[in-house]
Design a protein around this ligand. Structure first.
Ligand SMILES: Cc1cc2nc3c(=O)[nH]c(=O)nc-3n(C[C@H](O)[C@H](O)[C@H](O)COP(=O)(O)OP(=O)(O)OC[C@H]3O[C@@H](n4cnc5c(N)ncnc54)[C@H](O)[C@@H]3O)c2cc1C
Length: 419
């Protein structure tokens, strides 16, 4: 959508009449933008507030992805996207954590603005148009759409990722890109729940560990994320889980991965043990578990004591040194489970896709095939939760559209085409 808007805007700025250049979007669903409609639980986290450099740094943890996205993020910023919405009467709300939503809480309001803009910019939207294959014949792209053919001089592949396949994102774009000779980085899940080999005990399901440090360990690596962790019936979810899920999915392709939680991330192991030592006199007659029940969800405490091999009815006064040490160690590394799967279908995005080194970040143009472009999640980028992924789709799309328009204008110039 943004690509089409970017292209038409630049063409109009250069006085090219709309009839001189047809721009069409082929969408397999019966309406555009299904992911916008389901985003943010139907509320749509439109984008993230702040300077684009900060948005990039916060939203994309990998340097290579930040570098790749930078030119597009500066070409179309969060502010521009918001100005479109505001100009159409959609008010927005910025939460304390920087996430921006429509004030109405309705994702559909956002999508309606895009639909209105597309219509105003004379963009043809072909719905129920499932592109089955694309090829290039004599310099022209040919897309097969349910028995019909669409021809174009320039082609943008913006077919999204591979998760939530029921929404239409079944990875067709990756297949097309591969057919054009592009390298595809194997898609993996990101922003997804994590499933364990053994389901968590029923009394832990629904327990939320606030501001914990989630630790993912392989035999050779240790990855961490700070944030809330929610125990589910199959494993975990919650902000820290979603954020670490891509790294875990990647590690899991090569190694065993086990998950732990540091229940007291703001206290060092030494400090925690010092505290426990002081409690042995200051709270001598109290049950040890009271301290944990004051600071952690009650349901966790029995399993934490079981892992530490300390009786639940233990009092501070006769807590032995090995027990104290063990309790300290487990508090800092409570075992959650061994990872079975990071389900790709459940990822809010999928990482992997068209390899970034084969796409020019200043134009979104393929380095392999002339007049071929890529934008959005089909590329090997995946952002954090917070409106970053939609912003990446808008920005890369807009830049790709502008690049197509520039190429058309240059062609027009060389053919002495004007008005
Ligand atoms: C449940 C959920 C919640 C999310 N919430 C947020 C959020 O609040 N904020 C945020 O920033 N991000 C969110 N995301 C991620 C975000 O929606 C995506 O990263 C973003 O939509 C990607 O944009 P895209 O244009 O690249 O692809 P998509 O939005 O996936 O669009 C690709 C389109 O291509 C169509 N298509 C695919 N193949 C073909 C074909 N062969 N022929 C024709 N059409 C085809 C698809 O039907 C689809 O409509 C969420 C994702 C999910 C699944």
């Amino acid at each position: 959508m943004c690509a089409a808007l970017g292209a038409r805007t630049l063409l109009r700025e250069n006085n090219l009449p709309d009839f001189a250049c047809q721009i069409a979007i082929a969408e397999r669903n019966n309406r555009l933008g299904i992911k916008i409609r389901i985003s943010g639980g139907g509320k749509c986290n439109i984008t993230h507030a702040g300077e684009m450099m900060h948005v990039l740094a916060e939203g994309f943890l990998r340097q290579g992805e930040q570098r790749f996205l930078k030119p597009s993020f500066f070409e179309l910023s969060n502010e521009t996207v918001l100005s479109w919405l505001h100009s159409k009467g959609v008010q927005t709300l910025t939460r304390e954590n920087g996430r921006i939503f429509p004030r109405s809480g309705k994702a559909d309001d956002v999508l309606c603005v895009f639909e209105e803009l597309l219509s105003e910019h004379s963009i043809e939207v072909l719905l129920n148009a499932h592109v089955q294959s694309v090829r290039k014949e004599n310099g022209v792209f040919v897309a097969d759409v349910d028995g019909a053919q669409i021809q174009s001089e320039h082609l943008l592949i913006a077919t999204g990722g591979v998760s939530y396949s029921k929404t239409g994102t079944t990875g067709d774009g990756l297949r097309f890109a591969k057919m054009f000779g592009h390298t595809i980085v194997n898609p993996i899940s990101a922003l997804a729940p994590i499933y364990f080999t053994q389901k968590p005990p029923s009394d832990l399901i629904g327990v939320s560990l606030r501001n914990a440090l989630l630790i993912a360990e392989t035999p050779t690596r240790k990855l961490t994320r700070k944030g809330d962790v929610l125990i589910t019936h199959l494993g975990i979810s919650g902000p820290a889980c979603l954020s670490i899920s891509r790294d875990v999915a990647e590690a899991l392709t090569a190694d065993r991965v086990s998950l732990f939680v540091d229940c007291f991330p703001d206290e060092s192991e030494q400090l925690l043990e010092q505290q426990f030592i002081s409690f042995q006199t200051a709270r001598a007659g109290q049950f040890v578990r009271t301290f944990f029940e004051e600071r952690l969800p009650n349901a966790i405490v029995p399993t934490l004591f079981a892992q530490a091999e300390v009786p639940l009815e233990q009092k501070w006064k006769n807590l032995s040194k090995p027990m104290r040490r063990s309790l300290t160690a487990i508090s800092k590394k409570y075992f959650l489970g061994d990872v079975k799967e990071v389900p790709i279908e459940r990822g809010e995005v999928s990482a992997g896709g068209v390899a970034l080194h084969e796409v020019n970040p200043k134009t979104m143009r393929s380095r392999q095939v002339e007049n071929l472009y890529f934008a959005g999640e089909v590329l090997d980028v995946a952002g954090e939760v917070g409106g970053f992924n939609l912003q990446a789709a808008y920005s890369t799309g807009w830049l790709a559209g502008e690049s197509v328009a520039k190429a058309l204008l240059d062609e027009g110039e060389s053919l002495n085409y004007s008005n």
